[in-house]
Design a protein around this ligand. Structure first.
Ligand SMILES: [Zn+2]
Length: 231
């Protein structure tokens, strides 16, 4: 079970989902959750945005795959259909968002992982897919998906019969600053295993996610030792 803010390798992320994650968008992967992979690193392929102090995420839909003699993926519309009857991941997320908007279905629950460095991923928590838009960007169709951090974790856990852990999402820029400052290791013991982005003053006690000075890297052992002290 992961907590939001946990740092994991690509292999651990796949093990967590029990799936070989090759695509950024994975609709309804294990029955109850969808999974998306995001990146806000320099030169990232898609324009993903974190808004509203880490509560809202705008995730860009995906382009057609690059093929040897095919068009440049950034020059053509993002695809909705795979074949006449089958939807792409864009299509499946889009229809799910519309079902929610039209009060036909509860919001799709989406686990979000973010790449912060080569081979280094952070689990950002569980979001609800609340809307989907089709926009025109540089003369082509692009999908934008709106995801909202699940706030009422206990309520959601009860309603959906799933186990959800929770902490406010830390913006990418803050994660990168902290990662660099703390040298990618636990500030207490220097371990590089089972790392976690820890709120020094917890979010529930008024601590912010927005400033690097309130965030530190701890290993699982020292993170646990700390929560025992606070509770
Ligand atoms: Zn430690």
């Amino acid at each position: 079970m992961l907590n939001a803010g946990d740092v994991i390798s690509y292999r651990e992320m796949c093990a967590q989902e029990n799936f070989d994650l090759q695509k950024g968008m994975n609709f309804h992967l294990r029955g109850k959750f969808s999974v998306i992979l995001m990146s806000q690193r320099k030169g990232a392929k898609y324009d993903d945005k974190v808004e509203d102090e880490g509560r809202m995420l705008t995730y860009e839909g995906h382009d057609i795959p690059r093929r040897a003699k095919g068009p440049e993926p950034k020059d053509v519309d993002q695809p909705f259909f795979l074949t006449e009857k089958r939807l792409t991941e864009n299509g499946m997320f889009f229809e799910a968002a519309r079902r929610y908007r039209d009060h036909v279905a509860p919001a799709e629950l989406v686990k979000v992982y973010e790449k912060i460095n080569s081979g280094i991923w952070v689990y950002n928590g569980i979001f609800e897919l609340v809307d989907a838009l089709e926009v025109t960007s540089q003369d082509r169709r692009v999908f934008k998906f709106k995801l909202k951090l699940v706030d009422d974790v206990e309520e959601q856990s009860r309603k959906r019969e799933v186990n959800i852990e929770h902490e406010r999402m830390i913006p990418t820029s803050v994660k990168l600053e902290v990662w660099k400052r703390d040298g990618g290791k636990c500030v207490t013991c220097g371990s590089k295993e089972n790392l976690h982005f820890d709120h020094i003053l917890p979010y529930s006690k008024g601590g912010t996610s927005l400033l690097a000075k309130n965030i530190q890297i701890l290993c699982a052992k020292h993170n646990l030792a700390k929560s025992d002290r606070i509770e």
